[in-house]
Design a protein around this ligand. Sequence first.
Ligand code: FE2
Ligand code: FE2
Length: 326
Amino acid sequence: MSQFANRVEVMSELAKNMDAYVQEYLNPIESNWQPSDMLPDSTQENFLNEVKLLQEAAKELPYDYWAVLIGDTITEEALPTYESWLMAMDSVNQVEDQGQGWVQWIRSWTAEENRHGNLLSTYLYLSGKVDMRAMAVSTQYLIADGFDIGTSSDPYRNFVYTSFQEMATNISHRRTASLAKQHGNPQLSRMCAQIAADELRHAKAYRRFVSEIFKLDPSEMMLAFADMMKKKIVMPAHFLREINGQKSSLFEHFSDAAQRIGVYTTQDYVTIMQGLIQDWEVEKITGLNDAAEKARDYVAALPARLERLADRIKIPELAYPFTWIA
Ligand SMILES: [Fe+2]
Ligand SMILES: [Fe+2]
């Protein structure tokens, strides 16, 4: 049983440690990498030459790779949606917290994340391969549409979501990094790898928050975890649409492309889930109420069940013609 009356109390208990969390899991702004560190410098005379080289190297990347990189970039660019969603969690109060506690975390995390979309979209603009207008329309739709990820304003469910999602982005940026390298593009590879490293730090932070909540409020945390796993983690890009505005199956096409080139697969979903179960030592957690015991057993059995399903999924072989790719 928890000694805390509710989630808000648990969250403010955790927030007492906020300075330490920020220091451990986020980088100081002055020494952090910035997009310009990895892009041609337009104040320099050799700028156009560097852009030419960047465009030459871009020609080597396959069609599906562009689809995935653009979809990933649009996902990063929808950051306003994620920040406003997290700010609306119970226990976060922008006015009263005066930039302390969870408000401090969300702002600083957002400030790091903001570099990802900035770096990737500048690269895409320079690459000569992308219809920037089509991409911008998709981005504007995604932000205007917003999302519902099934967490409501519950911080426990939200931190399960972010733990999962940061791992998923770590994997996909890591894979686009190694594919870029294989296609002779060390510059792009470095960009994706830097982003992947950020995502991993963020994943560790959110996993830590959940671990701490498990100590303070085990039954409620377990129920929240099981509930999110039951609902399935919906990728933010799930709500993507294209320039004609149709609510099409664009996300499926994007996801198929990612599966075809092995950037993010159904197996990865299962692997992330297994990682979280291990990391939180879910099977060892005791002191749970009856409902939470059932939830624990449900979660523990889930990866094996999903693995059997993953084997049966067939991916279409043909690429879909995205409006984003010039
Ligand atoms: Fe990101
Ligand atoms: Fe992230």
